[in-house]
Design a protein around this ligand. Structure first.
Ligand code: GLA
Length: 380
């Protein structure tokens, strides 16, 4: 669903000529499988009806001009032959980084005029940056007529985030933003990048509740978790934790430091839960889905230690409403952000009511509640 049907008129008004293309890339919510992607494991995200819209027109020189509607039409310019990190315009680094990674694969790009606008809540764990990067790849691919598929687009977008912006993220966010399918969750194998889709059963809605807690320590704690996982993988002499079984891990219980043992136990058990969750969705087995989401939340809270009191509280009150007819857990990287609930449609209003009545009085903060639909990725 386009964020703003007017992005193309805004483009014309600003530049005084029309755009060649208008593209859209969605944000995402992860139903289960967190902190598994960078361990070559499994994730089960879905692309949502929040995203980034870009209007673009090709240029016949090597200039890139980009206007951010959400930053009072601030404009940034750079040349394809001289792309530098900007210390003053953080948002433009997503454009600079993405164009640079694209140039590594397609060195003959033309310059372009871009107008961008997004509505993914920022810092909420719903992948506003992946949606931005994938939309840029899509816009440049269309105006330059490049034969890029969704997986290539996701890898280019991820490399911008990792190598230019500086967040050592996995592939989940960019891949589902590129390749998601309407009304389906995507089971993605982050090692082979093979994926299959599981329909969200009829009669269920996705409700996302944003704690609206400003996330802190996200990057440092994220990178620390990643290093801890890599330390266990190297203890077992394998490329990634994906290749360690729970039995192997348990056999080293007395050898590994307790914190590393717990980090690895989360990742290994989360991989199993994620694969089982895809089967549960296909079988419309909400009882199992409910249990798996609860176990995932507990594991992220206790073993991986990325949850917060606000997330735990929301999970607790929503699971009282849903029982085993739906599932709820924290979603994304953690340290703030959102919980996701798969809710029978008839329980949406009681879920919303329960959050409205209890969250603010407990934490003095107003939550944001989004009832989301699941949409196509930019390259689907
Ligand atoms: C962030 C990263 C993803 C993934 C999640 C946790 O969203 O960008 O790659 O690691 O955290 O599952």
């Amino acid at each position: 669903m386009p964020v703003n049907l007017d992005i193309s008129s805004m483009f014309t008004e600003y530049f005084s000529f029309t755009a060649d293309v208008v593209v859209h890339a969605p944000g995402r919510v992860n139903l289960i499988g967190d902190h598994t992607d960078y361990n070559d494991g499994f994730v089960l995200p879905a692309a949502i009806n929040f995203g980034t819209d870009i209007a673009a027109r090709i240029r016949n020189d090597d200039l890139v001009r980009v206007v951010a509607v959400d930053c009072n039409n601030e404009m940034e310019c750079f040349e394809l032959s001289n792309i530098q990190f900007s210390d003053t315009s953080m948002w433009s680094n997503y454009v600079r980084g993405t164009v640079l990674s694209l140039l590594n694969v397609y060195p003959d790009l033309h310059g372009v005029d871009l107008m961008v606008k997004g509505n993914v809540p920022q810092g909420a764990g719903l992948s506003s940056s992946a949606s931005f990067e994938v939309a840029i790849v899509k816009a440049l691919a269309e105006v330059n007529q490049l034969p890029i598929n969704g997986v290539q687009a996701a890898l280019i977008a991820q490399s911008a985030e990792r190598d230019f912006v500086g967040c050592n993220c996995g592939i989940m966010d960019q891949l589902v933003s590129a390749c998601g399918i309407q009304r389906h969750a995507m089971l993605l194998d982050c090692d082979s990048l093979a994926y299959k889709h599981a329909p969200i059963p009829d009669g269920l809605s996705l409700v996302i509740v944003n704690t609206n807690v400003k996330r802190t320590l996200v990057d440092s704690e994220y990178n620390l978790r990643r290093e801890q996982c890599e330390a266990v993988a190297s203890h077992f002499n394998v490329k990634a934790l994906r290749d360690v079984t729970i039995e192997q891990l348990v056999s080293e219980h007395n050898v590994l430091p307790s914190v590393l043992f717990r980090r690895a136990r989360h990742v290994i058990s989360e991989n199993t839960r994620t694969v089982n969750a895809q089967t549960a969705l296909v079988n419309k087995d909400m009882k199992t889905m409910s249990r798996l989401m609860q176990e995932s939340h507990h594991s992220l809270r206790d073993d991986f230690e990325v949850s917060t009191p606000e997330l735990n509280f929301l999970v607790e009150i929503i699971s009282k409403v849903l029982g085993n007819k739906g599932g709820v857990r924290m979603t994304g990287g953690g340290f703030g952000g959102c919980v996701v609930a798969i809710t029978p449609t008839e329980l949406v209003s009681s879920t919303v009511r329960s959050v409205g009545e209890q969250y603010q009085s407990e934490f003095g903060l107003e939550p944001s509640i989004y009832q989301c639909s699941v949409e196509n990725g930019a390259f689907s």
